[in-house]
Design a protein around this ligand. Sequence first.
Ligand code: F6R
Length: 259
Amino acid sequence: MRVLIRDSAADVAGCGADLIEARLAARPAAVLGLATGATPLALYRELAARARAGRVSFSDVTTFNLDEYLGLDGAHPQSYRAYMDREFFAHVDIDIARTHVPAGNAGNARRAAVEYDRRIADAGGIDLQLLGIGRNGHIGFNEPYSSLSSRTRVKTLSANTIADNARFFADGEYQPHLAITVGIGTILDAREVLLLATGEAKAAAVRDMIEGPVAARCPASALQLHAHVTVVIDDAAASALDDPEFFRHIEREDRALGD
Ligand code: F6R
């Protein structure tokens, strides 16, 4: 796991954008796995600015989002489809037909989940999977005690996650308790993973992901089993690590080696 510690959330977004820009320069028709939530918003804004400046293009890119609330169709403003259209796809030169979000309104959600994994495989698999992390260590909507080899499926959200996301729903508005999420096994199949985390609220989960044992208690700890993961965090999210200086030292050494 390569751990890059930055001074601020803005620097985390810039660092993530640098990595994505470099990967798309090498492979313009890459398949990206994308995330929603608060963390990647600054990254999406930065990528959109770079697209406008002609530094990066999404015209040949295919995307698969991690998850979607069950019971919301894509027109619902809190659906992750609406989020992606509003926050990212509308601002870059992507072909919307090549963007995929699990179908929250599928008649048969279990079948739709299996079909989603098949579509990822048909597209050649995910080249680069972008992730955030929940305060309880979830990735996608794989809550603690999810199977570390799980595939895309229907999951029940934890009480913590429902409470964390309640801020996005109006008082009295229906808030889903179920989601379709890409599985941890599906995430581990990606050829590369980029996880961003900012803020002190994520510090314990970041510590468990990086330093903790690989355990279902912290689903993100499964990333320790992946050979090509970059974690970009700000000082606040790094604040519970035993030895953040170790990672800064490694980054300086890597830079000296020209990595
Ligand atoms: C979103 C997702 C979630 C979020 C996580 C962190 O598609 O899969 O795992 O990445 O809940 O959310 P924020 O960034 O809002 O703290």
